[in-house]
Write a protein that binds this ligand. Sequence first.
Ligand code: AMP
Ligand code: MG
Length: 421
Amino acid sequence: MTSALPNYDQAAAQVAAYAAALSRRKPASEHVELGQVSGRILAQPLLADCDQPPFARSTRDGYACRAAEASTHIPLAIAGAARAGDCPSGPLLPGAAWEIMTGAPVPSGADAVMMIEHVEVDGGAKARKVRLLPPRTVKPSENIVAQGEQAQAGDELLPAGTVLHFGQIALAAACGYSALEVFVRPRVAILTSGDELVSVGSTPAPGQIRNSNAPMLAALVAAAGGQPWVLPAAADNAQALDEALAQVTGADLLLISGGVSAGKFDLVEPALACIGARTHFTGVRIQPGKPTVFGELPRGASSPTLPFFGLPGNPVSSAVTFLLFAAPVLAALAGSRELLPRFCLARLAPPVGRHVKPDLTRFLPAFCDFSAIAGQAPQAAFVPWHGSGDLGALARSNCFLVVPEDAHSPEPGSLVRVLLP
Ligand code: AMP
Ligand code: MG
């Protein structure tokens, strides 16, 4: 039956097409203080309030000059000084130079700045002169950023949909935004299921385990820009699942963990079918995560359908399938322009072992050392694991190494694809 299922590329393409359609809908937005916007998504373009930089600015400590004069190496009279914070002034008269500090406005008439390291200064306190040391010359605009060189007043600096990190926050601050209009985070219902689950604060009785997927998925959702809404775990019976599913209609995305395999008490799919679910796929040729389900639930004629993912309960499977399939849909619901999932290339470090599973693309817990030597790719190594329930292996990994379907075990030193969290 396996080959009737889509492979990873086919399932990913279905998810990407669905996410692309979703991203045409604009989420609601809210006004948030600049100090609180890290990780949020810009809802309106960020515009330059004035030219950037607002005045011609020196990028060096040195002497503002006329490049042509300075390059003749004649001594120039030091006729003034410009410090960061000074009002732009001038003019710089012929035969003169102004002392200038990094960040200071360049006096009118000057077209270059000689670096302090490249000059000699002579003469008494009253008649100091500066000379560019031969054979060095200076070109017009050297060490000066012209007014408006980076942006002009009114320019769009960032489009809506940009994820706000430190650089974007700095740019917003420079433009005078003390708050920004950002998209409201999508509400993601997290429904874990399983008779064996007890809460984190409880001591499991024989046969029981703590519900680790609920906080794990909440963390993944928050990191991907969603608002986690953790529901109480549901027991493995039709009534409990029906009751839980009846509560989630207000969510923007539904994640169900557990109960989607082929076992006798895997009742999630029948429960979803009962309330009219339409599925896009019910299984993917990947490992871990083969039983993953992707579909939509109806919510009445006037409301958009509720997308859902049924994620296999094993923690590594839940994490991998969230990153591969749920995260791109969540990013689209959040209004983000960033495409997910994220991959990079890394050099495989030993040991490698045998990882071939015919017909399945594998996403195996790995640790990638990103502090690579200059010019070299990051180094990734498989984390030894005991199957998709191995939480320790998951916690000791920082990525998942991709072994393509039907590929031979990758050789140490080969370039491999890595799925990033
Ligand atoms: P299932 O997908 O329901 O067949 O579960 C597969 C495996 O994952 C079983 O060993 C479950 O006990 C385990 N599991 C299911 N849900 C959770 C959860 N919320 N937290 C931790 N492990 C889980
Ligand atoms: Mg179960």
